[in-house]
Design a protein around this ligand. Structure first.
Ligand SMILES: N[C@@H](CCC(=O)N[C@@H](CS)C(=O)NCC(=O)O)C(=O)O
Length: 233
């Protein structure tokens, strides 16, 4: 049994997608990041950076094993199950380079683009956030171009369907939050639609919707916990 500490955000979706694809038994332990659950002492013992996702594999060799950071979790689960990560050394590093590209680039840059596009002016009213918004949206466009070129001659990011796709798709689908036209990146569009149609991916997204249906506005409590005084603990 895998305990999954989770909230339905792009980083959370990565892990439910993997678990649904692999058919592993897991139990979701919601970490409501808007309410500040990520700062609870018991969670910090598992995830000292106060971010979800995190897992505890109760059946790991040698006893329960906890892991934080979505990339490390995906790598662990791929090695544990022998799925979505090739064994061949060259093919494996094709996947790992795109996995690290996602966790070090696409995720953080889109996270900032999202922040400046959707939340900054609500939190810091009256301030002009166009520099931040443009900087991170431009970087997102650049990264989409990188993906589009890779997907021009690869069905998936590293050839076969892998943890690199599982990590990247929950972020890439957030293009809808900006005035982007996905048709500008035809290979990315094809890949996005292929990913979205996978039954395990759809199940994972539905699980998230059941836990926290989308809201138009963040509550004052969520703003404080995610962007304000709540972060200065
Ligand atoms: N690098 C981390 C990022 C995880 C992350 O940023 N999680 C966010 C939600 S998507 C979170 O837990 N935020 C809580 C907070 O900001 O306090 C990973 O890939 O797991």
């Amino acid at each position: 049994m895998i305990d999954l500490y989770y909230w339905p955000t792009p980083n959370g979706h990565k892990i439910t997608i993997f678990l649904e694809e692999a058919g592993l038994t897991y139990k979701i332990i919601p970490v409501d990041i808007g309410k500040g659950d990520q700062f609870k002492p018991d969670f910090l013992k598992i995830s000292p950076n106060n971010r979800m996702p995190a897992i505890v594999d109760q059946n790991a060799e040698g006893g329960p094993l906890s892991i934080f950071e979505s990339g490390a979790i995906l790598l662990y689960l791929a090695e544990k199950t022998g799925q979505f990560l090739p064994k061949d050394m060259r093919a494996k590093y094709q996947v790992l380079q795109w996995l690290f590209w996602q966790v070090g680039g696409l995720g953080p840059m889109m996270g900032q683009a999202n922040h400046f596009t959707r939340y900054a002016s609500e939190i810091d009213e009256g301030c002009d956030h166009s520099y931040g918004r443009e900087r991170y949206q431009n970087e997102t466009r650049r990264l989409f171009g990188v993906m589009d070129r890779q997907l021009a001659d690869h069905q998936f990011l590293a050839g076969e369907y892998s943890i690199a796709d599982i990590a990247s798709w929950p972020w890439a689908r957030a293009y809808k939050n900006y005035d982007f036209d996905i048709a500008d990146w035809p290979n990315l569009k094809r890949w996005h639609q292929t990913m979205k149609a996978r039954p395990a991916v759809r199940r994972a997204i539905d699980i998230g919707l059941g836990i926290n249906p989308p809201q138009d506005k963040l509550s004052e409590e969520a703003k404080k916990n995610l962007f304000g005084a709540g972060q200065k603990r």
